[in-house]
Design a protein around this ligand. Structure first.
Ligand code: FAD
Length: 439
């Protein structure tokens, strides 16, 4: 059991005096045997589970995760560039189970917030005292005419890692030298804002080293993007003549509105039609369906939260963390999901200790690999605050890589990014094997 002072030491709660409110609409937690159910065993959900069970072994912690193996999206772009093996992205839940966490391989099908229970596709019903939703994303397939789950088997998204990642790689390998790869990028918000441009670098690196006559055409629904200066410099320095970037501007709307998997054609809003040998459609996204079904989402499909503890702003008594949450101004990343998870675990532990939760502090850093030993990064710390009378997460000390940085700085960034990968896998999945895995 931890007391309030110990709690502050563990979670950096120097600011315990100015405390956040406890979870609205939730019952008091009884010491010993309180039940915490977490939907989704990824960057966010795994973190909550591991911290809770490590700090409070008597808690009854269950993770409902539909897949037996976690394949991380983060660093999955490195696989396309040949900088990581697919196997190095895959992690079992043995580490969480070893801690005594009940990891149930099943799909959470419905949530009854009145009865405080989760029904599983397999038929079981799990009661809870605290519920955390960290289901990641789902896709709005109907945002692009002709795109669907079936079409994704021909034009992969690879935006949930796993078989889709392998499919895209196999297509790139099978393509003739001289083939055109098309990547379509949605408007904000979506999982990992710099992800498409890191992927562009990694695919272009593969083309440059294996199929140098080929091209990568990017059709992007937005005018500007994350880490743009440093990415564009890399496109020019490493991949000139390979990457053709088309951003939406006053003249052309490069938002893709239609695809045809039979002809491998894509069509933009301003009428451009292109045919690809490989087409990577990054779809418009929403919160994971289970969070929408639970009533946590706004009409845009994302879940608003209270910045002080990531409790749902729509449904009392539950937390929504990670990509499913819309946490203005924090981006959607594994780093932020892990950061949300730490705050939620601290909130639950505070309720259990009968104390007040600490003021929440969040952090993000996101590294993107441009070429061998050359990574850039972006990040900030965040604290709960307000903008135009609305609660937001206020960025403090933001930083972003610049054009023209030295090779030494970029090499250091790459090493940091690799170390972070190992650290987050240990933090979220209690899996230290990533530490010795070079990738
Ligand atoms: C190509 C790419 C590159 C990226 N690179 C980076 C990076 O470099 N750095 C970074 O910080 N982030 C990166 N990200 C983003 C990162 O992967 C996500 O932000 C992060 O995984 C979000 O964590 P999460 O817990 O919300 O979701 P996830 O990690 O996706 O976990 C959600 C889990 O919930 C499960 N689930 C969903 N619904 C149910 C249900 N109903 N029942 C049971 N289980 C369910 C899923 O199977 C999944 O395992 C990248 C993403 C992509 C696509």
């Amino acid at each position: 059991m931890i007391d309030r002072r110990e709690f502050g030491r563990l979670f950096g709660g120097a600011a315990l005096a100015a405390a956040s409110p406890a979870l609205i609409g939730a019952p008091a937690l009884a010491k010993g045997g309180a039940r915490v159910v977490i939907v989704g065993g990824g960057a966010g959900g795994g973190t909550v589970a591991r911290i809770l069970k490590t700090e409070e072994p008597q808690l009854d912690v269950t993770v409902i995760e539909q897949r037996p193996i976690y394949t991380s999206c983060f660093n999955s772009n490195h696989f396309f560039g040949g900088f990581r093996t697919f196997a190095s992205l895959q992690h079992s839940y043995d580490g969480l189970r070893k801690l005594g966490i009940n990891v149930v391989t099943d799909t959470a099908a419905a949530i009854d917030t009145g009865k405080r229970s989760v029904s599983l596709a397999g038929g079981a019903t799990l009661p809870y005292d605290r519920l955390v939703l960290s289901p990641g994303i789902d896709f709005k397939y109907d945002a692009i005419e002709g795109y669907s789950a079936a079409a994704a088997e021909i034009m992969p998204h690879a935006w949930k890692a796993g078989p889709q990642t392998l499919l895209l790689m196999r297509q790139l390998e099978a393509m003739d030298d001289g083939g055109v790869v098309i990547m379509t990028v949605p408007a904000n918000p979506y999982r990992c804002p710099p992800g498409p441009y890191e992927r562009a670098c990694m695919i272009a690196h593969f083309l440059k080293t294996h199929k140098p006559k080929s091209k990568l055409v990017i059709l992007d629904a937005k005018p500007t993007f994350s880490k743009q200066g440093a990415f564009e410099e890399a496109f020019e320095r490493y991949y000139a003549g390979i990457i053709d970037l088309n951003l939406t501007n006053e003249i052309d709307d490069f938002r893709v509105v239609r695809v045809d998997p039979k002809t491998m054609e894509v069509q933009t809003a301003s009428g451009t039609k292109l045919k690809g040998a490989v087409v990577n459609v990054i779809p418009v996204q929403t919160a994971g369906n289970i969070a929408i079904q639970a009533g946590c989402a706004d009409p845009g499909g994302w879940c608003p939260i209270r910045p002080e503890n990531f409790s749902s702003a729509k449904v009392d008594g539950i937390y929504v963390i990670g990509d499913a949450a819309i946490a203005v101004e924090m981006p959607k990343s594994a780093y932020t999901a892990n950061s949300h998870g730490k705050v939620v675990a601290a909130d639950i532990l505070a309720a259990l200790a009968g104390g007040e939760p600490a003021v929440a502090r969040y952090r993000n850093t996101c590294w993107s690999l441009l070429a061998a030993d050359d990574s850039i990064k972006i990040g900030a710390d965040y604290t709960p605050g307000e903008k135009d009378g609305k609660p937001i997460l206020v960025p403090n000390g933001p930083f972003v890589s610049q054009k023209g940085e030295s090779a030494e700085v970029r090499r250091k960034n790459y090493a940091e990014g690799l170390a972070w990968y190992h650290a987050i896998i240990a933090d979220a999945l209690n899996d230290n094997t990533a530490l010795s895995h070079k990738g």
